[in-house]
Design a protein around this ligand. Structure first.
Ligand SMILES: [Zn+2]
Length: 492
């Protein structure tokens, strides 16, 4: 049994001033051929797939082709998409005949030439392998599902949780694929688009309306004949022609059941739409006051407008400015992506006192540079760490700049470590000493959970801000709630 394995994944922030090129994928590990099998054990959806493949009674002939993961960022350049698709297509052609194709895709990627990147990739795969073999996909559940994706894939399965468990999604897809290949099941797909978008504030699946919606999916999966129910609350910074939430239901050859469940779970999301817009966001200056006044640390300050994991540049100075203005009396750890400031700190060396204009350089619209004078307390000339199921992370060069009680970790790129304790610990800091930490995410607080005593969602501006109505939407279908008044809608 011969199965091709590939990953082409990036989450696009349409409002980001950045573009994503090959270097963005290289920063997170761009691998080809056998190297994928070595690097991806236990990592991401491919790691989960490999785990299940290894348990099969007969050896599986794996054909790893390309692993390209670009995290989240700006629109992908046309050249980069052509390069990645070209490598995938060439690898598939060399691997024919195949029994199946396993793909890990994000689902919310857009490029300069194609605003439905995954539809484009899936169509290219289908054109090589034909209609008859299974093409199965592990998606991020913030995907934007399009008609072309549904037409070209046999399984379109999303993460069950936010924060995500990518290996678990890979395992789920793999189990269903091997059952298909044994002829035990015949998946039928039905789906619905839901004409809504919502901010990230209610995106955690552990509580609130998102829990209610995802719990319904899990409950539906216990019904006879249901193979998978995948809700897709699209990430809210994707301005594309078929943008919006969706649901996919896979049943064992029962189109009627799949269709009725798809309608039911789509209507459920619509019925919860106002709850998805609930917010506990706090203005920056007030957020800092609350964090300082908290009895004990660690208070997580979520920089919602500058979420690097959502594709934002990571150089917003909004919260930093509020920290400096208030001359806080307790340590705050802050990440800042600014290669100029980092180079100045590295050149000056440990112990030097420097004045730099910090941040506000990648995104000029929502944030401006802040002039600071501080001490270079530590530098790192290069650091690579294994972040377990997130893979190998190369932080490259970093430096620690101390401005009063504010400890600023300077990076030169949007590393996954930007929201990870290792960013501070590798520069000699102890997380237990911090009263607060700024994270560039609105959902992935889990890495600091050991120290966490509170969370404040800061209402910061930026390309991942929660006020979606303030963006200039150009391509998303209209009407879409809440950009337009849409009183009556039903998926039935
Ligand atoms: Zn996601």
């Amino acid at each position: 049994m011969r199965i091709a394995v590939a990953e082409v994944a990036q989450e696009t922030d349409s409002f980001s001033p950045l573009v994503a090129d090959r270097s963005d994928f290289e920063a997170y590990g761009l691998y080809f051929g056998e190297e994928i099998l070595e690097r991806m054990r236990g990592v991401g959806p491919i790691g989960g797939f490999l785990e299940i493949a290894a348990l099969q009674p007969h050896p599986v002939d794996l054909r790893p082709i390309v692993r390209a993961w670009g995290s989240a960022g700006g629109t992908i350049t046309a050249e980069t998409l052509d390069f990645l698709t070209g490598r995938l297509v060439a690898g598939l052609k060399q691997s024919l005949p195949l029994d199946a194709v396993f793909l890990s895709l994000h689902g919310a990627a857009a490029s300069e030439k194609e605003d439905d990147v995954e539809g484009h990739v899936l169509q290219a795969v289908r054109e090589v392998v034909g209609r008859d073999i299974p093409v199965v996909v592990a998606f991020d559940h913030h995907a934007n599902i399009t008609r072309r994706m549904v037409e070209c894939a046999n399984l379109l399965i999303g993460h069950e949780t936010q924060p995500h468990d990518p290996p678990a999604t890979g395992r789920k897809v793999a189990r269903l694929l091997f059952r298909m290949l044994r002829g035990e099941i015949h998946p039928t797909v039905r789906w619905r688009k839901i004409p809504m978008i919502t901010p990230q504030d209610q995106f955690l699946t552990s509580a609130g309306p998102m829990k209610e919606w995802f719990d319904l999916a899990r409950q539906m999966e216990t019904r006879s004949g249901v193979l998978d129910v995948s809700p897709y609350p699209m990430q809210p910074w994707l301005d594309v022609a078929e943008g919006g939430w969706s649901v996919i239901v896979h049943t064992d050859n029962d189109a009627e059941l799949a269709d009725s469940l798809a309608a039911e779970i789509a209507d459920k999301a619509w019925s919860l739409r106002e709850q998805f817009w609930r917010s506990e966001r706090v203005a920056p200056a007030e957020a800092i006051r609350q964090a300082v006044a908290a009895e004990r640390g660690l208070i997580i300050l979520s920089d919602t407008g500058d979420s690097v994991y959502g594709g934002a540049p990571g150089d917003s100075t909004c919260i930093l400015k509020a920290l400096l203005d208030q001359q806080i009396p307790c340590p705050a750890f802050v990440p800042m992506i600014d290669s100029e400031a980092l180079q100045a700190a590295l050149a000056a060396g440990v112990g030097a006192r420097i004045t730099v204009d910090l941040g506000g350089k990648l995104d000029h619209v929502f944030s401006q540079p802040v002039r600071v004078t501080g001490n270079v307390a530590a530098v790192s000339r290069g650091f690579t760490v294994d972040l377990r199921d997130r893979g190998i992370c190369d932080l490259r060069q970093t430096a620690l700049l101390e401005v009063g009680e504010v400890r600023i970790a300077l990076l030169d790129h949007r590393s996954f470590a930007v929201n990870h304790p290792v960013l501070y610990t590798h520069l000699g800091l102890d997380i237990a000493d911090a009263k607060m930490v700024v994270v560039k995410t609105a959902s992935n607080f889990q890495f600091f959970s050991r120290w966490r005593s509170g969370l404040i969602r800061v209402d910061s501006p930026g390309t991942t801000q929660s006020d979606l109505t303030a963006f200039r939407w150009q391509r998303i279908p209209r009407p879409t709630y809440p950009l337009d008044a849409l009183a009556d809608w039903s998926a039935k």
